[in-house]
Ligand binder design. Structure first.
Ligand code: SF4
Length: 343
């Protein structure tokens, strides 16, 4: 899949990434198994054959309902999870084949910022150590340079350096997220995976943190994979958006084009449903039905049981992601019909 038609090689490329987890039996399941019930561990298909290219400096939004596999994909990009199949390329090199020292350096270049700033910060560490320790340990700065470097990073993230001896609980939610961002920034990353990084914050604070991400991108030439279930947030920050449904990317397009003219029926339904930053109180029609379980995704197009436009082939085979012109791709049989009509 090509996200942007850009002649320069992408900073990050995913090729055919799949991730499956074995869902272990809970206590009741294990008891039932011992009593002879035909019950066993099941395979969760979290990510299914995803390919994606992200160019240097781009912000790619990854959106979809919860449980669609976007966080799993983010963790694979950040090197926290290994894929079951497929390859991750960073600056043209397969991460799995890199020598140990290069793999370690690449791991520092890709940082992840999580949803819950409080849970991801060690409550017993002072902010100066949370932010300042890793760059010293990894040899990015010397111990002598630490204080000035720490002040500089804190100021870049909108934090007052005079608070550096405080602990995370002494800060508000928005400030804690700024500390999480400063910690990631301190190791001089090139690529940041933001996983629902503003979801736990109040709407007014969300806007401030989104603006901080935009400022930092300019200042440090960062590239983001920005994961969110909130299309209003995704629209605010992304150049390009990929929509996921049950482990697959179903549509990918430049942000403006996707919002103005969604192609895939799932994108269309999401846009009708999800409040956007400028009209959060508007009422939207819910997508009919529940997201099916990734333990047993529907055959064919995964969206067919909920799709208002489903027709005969949709339950039988899976539509492929095809380029529709420009930088838009979509996986829907309706495109095959319109393409054959147009010649
Ligand atoms: Fe709907 Fe069929 Fe398109 Fe899937 S392939 S989105 S079910 S019309």
């Amino acid at each position: 899949m090509i996200v942007a038609q850009n002649p320069s090689p992408p900073i990050l490329e995913l090729r055919g990434i799949s991730k499956r987890f074995l869902k272990e039996l809970d206590f009741a399941g294990r008891m039932a198994e011992r009593l002879g019930a035909d019950i066993h561990e099941e395979l969760v298909h979290a990510v299914d054959n995803v390919s994606l290219k992200i160019q240097q400096g781009q912000v790619v939004g990854l959106a979809g309902e919860s449980g669609c596999g976007k966080s799993t994909l983010g963790r694979i990009v950040a090197g926290i999870l290994d894929p079951s199949e497929g390859q991750v390329f960073y600056r043209g090199q397969d991460v799995a084949l890199m020598p140990a020292a290069q793999a370690q350096a690449t791991a520092l270049k890709i940082q992840m910022i999580f949803q819950d700033p409080f849970a991801s910060l060690n409550p017993r560490m002072r902010v100066q150590d949370i932010i300042g320790e890793a760059p010293v340990v990894h040899g990015i700065i010397s111990r002598k340079e630490r204080e000035d470097y720490l002040d500089e990073i804190m100021l870049s993230c909108g934090l007052d350096p005079s608070y550096k001896r405080r602990y995370p609980h002494q800060f508000s939610g928005g400030q804690r997220q700024r500390i999480g961002i400063a910690r990631a920034l301190a190791v001089k990353p090139e690529f940041i995976v933001c996983d629902e990084s503003v979801a736990a914050l109040d709407v007014s604070i969300q806007a401030q943190i989104l603006n901080l991400f935009i400022e930092l991108r300019e200042k440090f030439n960062l590239t983001y994979l920005f994961i969110s279930h909130d299309l209003g947030v995704i629209e605010h920050i992304s150049d390009h958006i990929a929509i996921m449904y049950l482990g697959r990317i179903v549509e990918s397009a430049p942000s403006e084009a996707l919002f103005e003219n969604p192609n895939h029926p799932y994108t269309d339904a999401l846009l009708r449903e999800v409040p956007r930053l400028e009209n959060r109180h508007a009422e939207f029609a819910p997508i009919r039905g529940e997201v099916p379980s990734p333990l047993a995704p529907p055959a064919g197009c995964h969206f067919h049981p909920r799709c208002p436009r489903a027709f005969d082939p949709c339950a039988k085979s899976a539509p492929q992601l095809v380029t529709l012109g420009g930088e838009r791709q979509s996986a829907c049989f309706l495109n095959d019909i319109s393409m054959s009509k147009n010649g």
